[in-house]
Design a protein around this ligand. Sequence first.
Ligand code: FVH
Length: 298
Amino acid sequence: MKSVLVLVDAIGNRRRMSAELTSLESDQPRVAVLGLGAMGQALAGALLSAGHPTTVWNRSADKATMLTARGAPLAETASAAIADSDVAIVCLLDDAAVRAVLEPLGSELRGTTIVNVTNGLPAHARAQEGWMRARGVDYVHGGIMAVPPTIGQLGAFILCSGATDVFRRVEPALAAFGRSIHVGEDAGLASLYDMALLGGMYGMFAGAQQAIAMVASGDGEIDPFMSDLLLPWMEQMLPFVPMNVNARGEVAPEFNPQMQAVALENMIEATRAQGLSDGLIGHLHVCLDLMRNAAPVA
Ligand code: FVH
């Protein structure tokens, strides 16, 4: 047992040393990650894996343990973390938390570059950009289209908005997380697209919730329903999303809107007949209205 522990310790030390050496030798941009919740930890982990010297900071220092074990220095203050970086990535709970952390720093931030990937409204992003510009900070707003386990994996992408030249400069650091996509110079656009994409995702989750409630109300088994029927069905339908709804409210002829309206009315009635809450059928009403008002594809 003792020799196994010695081996584990040796491997741990070697990993730590190699992370430290990578940091010392790296010609990659130095990055700071402010906020080590589930997402901030994933971002910092991906930066370390990509060889970026990465300084971390979190309000509660205990969340840094796994990252410091991999060689990331833990800054004592947000200000020190930002000062130690070419790019600082801010990943906090909400806009209020970002303001609580950054506003007290004021003019200390002059000359720094900040990418804020905290979820918020387009108006929050625009206000942040104005505040940063007034203090000489280069600012990009971001929206992370990934969850912590998919950071750095195929399919993960980061929406960015703000000045194009600043985006180009921070792109090499963001590459550790996935594809970065600049959606425009208006700082609010990344949040607008983020909200839109999350809305699509939650629409899908709401649909799944209603489907599960229907099966549960008939005493069906949820786990096999989910894995054998619901997920394969949703995957099969995914490519047809653009044919069923487009920006002009058109529906392709093979998806006859009158036919869909009948089925949607049946779904609403069946959900109610199972004694389920009207709260589960909001998305069905949205689709029903779409089908009732649909025009044939021009
Ligand atoms: N996790 C996810 O699946 C999503 C995927 C898409 C993008 N989001 C956004 O990322 C932001 C951070 O999310 P998170 O998953 O890291 O969130 P938590 O694990 O809850 O960590 C929250 C961090 O925020 C810190 N914090 C909260 N309030 C304050 C404050 N007033 N001052 C300073 N820091 C604050 C918190 O610190 P502590 O509680 O550990 O001390 C965490 O670091 C978010 O915008 C998502 O929408 C993630």
